[in-house]
Write a protein that binds this ligand. Structure first.
Ligand SMILES: Cc1ncc(COP(=O)(O)O)c(C=O)c1O
Length: 384
């Protein structure tokens, strides 16, 4: 009765079952996988947000497939602060970055066509690809004093069906940015093979070092750059995101014309959110200040607890919300994660959740409230 693309294994895995059981009990959970910013104790300017959602213009219907001009203008201004010029006409608003991925997959891929994706990486993409009949082909990142793209392996993975390469800038959970020399190589590879760059920049603003350059004006190959307020303003419930198209002029025009029809088919953004977009985007400043203070405090605490520990280290983090712990690979990471949950009330993601190349990796969220983070790390280190 159902399409084979939805033949997923719907049973919860052992860790998810253990988490359900824990939540049904009375013991306090130290959740070191926290990724919902609205539940991490950050302060939001509630009156400003609520006022912005009450614009009387919401009572009028003025559909625009690319999204309301005033909202696209606000996105252009976001990029001006990044030192980039993006024309309003080169932007398409979507309800989420996930929806933007779907639009791009529908634009580029016939059923069974391929898109390259970094590994380790965020697991959401497998489902997005399945529902769009796209085949994901993984290209490895390797770690050597920081993460790098294995360009040789990436080139080897290209076939006549490859339509694009995804870069997550910075990547989740490895927290590394694409280096300028890697971007130059990707431009060359993509333009030579009729492939597009699909750049996911939801964590772009969370750099621990100097601000990093966006792909939004990348012109060396057809490029789709995505972001949204889920992460940059910590407002995932508002459902406001976008994609920007850049690259060689003729390809860019054709892509935008086709995307406009895809977007027109759904018109998925509601008016109140689009009218509130300038205010919701402004909210990013106080939010990012608080978030970066949390990330730095937690990283400092992690390093203090790791000092002198010969078994556990952390990998270099350049940005984003996560840190990767390297632990002895003496048993499956999943088993350790279950034990930490059942015996020590600590929940975190084992590396295999993100497709790390083997056991020996745990991922912790740096936006976890400080007290829980410190206690949780202490319990992890005493049981590894
Ligand atoms: C790398 C990455 N891309 C996209 C998303 C999804 O963002 P959105 O809420 O805009 O769909 C996430 C969510 O965690 C993410 O980590």
């Amino acid at each position: 009765m159902f399409a084979s693309r939805t033949n997923w294994n719907l049973k919860p895995n052992r860790l998810a079952e253990a988490l359900e059981r824990h939540k049904a009990g009375v013991r306090r959970l130290l959740d070191l996988s926290a990724s919902n910013p609205t539940e991490c104790g950050f302060r939001y300017d509630a009156p400003a947000i609520m006022r912005a959602l009450c614009a009387p213009a919401s009572l009028q219907y003025h559909p625009d497939p690319k999204g309301l001009k005033s909202a696209r203008q606000a996105v252009s201004e976001y990029y001006i602060e990044h030192g980039e010029r993006v024309a309003k006409d080169d932007l398409i608003l979507t309800a989420s970055t996930s929806e933007a991925y779907s639009f791009i997959f529908r634009l580029l891929c016939n059923p069974g066509d391929e898109v390259l994706i970094p590994t380790p990486g965020y697991p959401l993409f497998d489902f997005l690809a399945d529902v769009n009949d796209v085949k994901l082909i993984r290209y490895p990142l390797f770690y050597d004093h920081g993460w790098h793209i294995d360009m040789h392996a990436l080139k080897q993975a290209i076939t006549s069906r490859t339509r694009g390469v995804i870069v997550v800038h910075p990547n989740n959970p490895t927290g590394h940015f694409t280096r300028p020399e890697e971007t130059a190589q990707l431009n060359q590879i993509c333009s030579a093979n009729q492939m597009a760059i699909i750049a996911d920049e939801v964590f772009l603003d969370f750099s621990l070092g100097a601000p990093q350059k966006s792909f939004v004006a990348n012109a060396g190959a057809l490029t789709f750059t995505m972001s949204g307020i889920s992460k940059i303003s910590g407002l995932p419930q508002m459902k406001f995101a976008w994609l920007a198209v850049s690259g060689p002029e003729a390809e860019k025009r054709e892509a935008l014309a086709r995307l406009e029809i895809i977007a027109d088919t759904y018109l998925s953004l509601n008016a109140p959110i689009q009218l509130a977009a300038p205010v919701l985007l402004q909210q990013r400043k106080p939010f990012q200040q608080q978030l970066m203070a949390r990330v730095r405090a937690n990283l400092g605490e992690l390093d203090a607890q790791l000092a002198g520990n010969h078994h556990v280290s952390r990998l270099v983090v350049e940005g984003g919300w996560y840190a990767v712990l390297r632990i002895p690979a003496t048993r499956p990471d999943e088993e350790l994660a279950i034990e930490l949950l059942q015996m020590h009330d600590v929940y975190l993601h084992p590396g295999h959740y993100y497709d790390f190349p083997g056991d020996g990796y745990l991922v912790v969220s740096l936006i976890t409230p400080e007290q829980d983070f410190s206690e949780g790390i202490g319990r992890i280190l005493s049981s590894v």
